[in-house]
Design a protein around this ligand. Sequence first.
Ligand SMILES: [Fe+2]
Ligand SMILES: [Fe+2]
Length: 244
Amino acid sequence: MARDSSSTIRLAAVGDLHCREDQHGRFRQIVKQINAEADILLLCGDLTDRGLIEEGKVLAEELSALRVPVAAVLGNHDYEHNQSREIIADLSRVGVHVLDGDHFIFDRVLGVAGVKGFGGGFGNATLQAFGEAQTKAFVQEAVSESLKLEAALSHLDTSRKVVIMHYAPIPETLEGENIEIRPFLGTSRLAMPVDHYGAEAVFHGHAHHGSHVGKTKSGIPVYNVAMPLMTKLNAEQRFMLLKV
Ligand SMILES: [Fe+2]
Ligand SMILES: [Fe+2]
């Protein structure tokens, strides 16, 4: 029976699993906890360590024990060996909905929009498309990820929605990262569609040494759920649990 639109949903969210080929069993405990405590799992990219098919297969096998739906985005590591297509296929086979500018609807009630995202910096210091073709290409990737997110959100007709991405949409959740690399860890361009269409929460990863919570300009909560950070906050749980 589908839940009604006001019922509480228990979201589990985590990114940066960085699964390697020799890690059979590494996620057994976390899968067990999520099955017991959550209604849906959101995965925020860097699912594999080096973007290898074999790593994707190990992760797919681990996730096959999940009893809750899973929506995911890929991260930069998942593209390292140009094998993202095969990784997506293996994850899809075990029921993971890998989003790339599209959405997943949980129980007819909650829409999840997802995109990988990209870097480019924040606020007045956001990199602009000026000068060399290579700079323009870099900015274009950020713009196109932002447009993909806008499309995903504009097609969502659920009254409730959350957003998942790999890169950070605000600088606050990067506090703790080396200041010199922060413009490469995210961009405000990703926050624009979120503020325009609204969402109950945004989850991202990528910033292993960042901070856990921040807010967009319009006050939407943003959570950095990179597993190394989550482990630091709570070694017993290693993922975020949020009731919305
Ligand atoms: Fe990562
Ligand atoms: Fe990453």
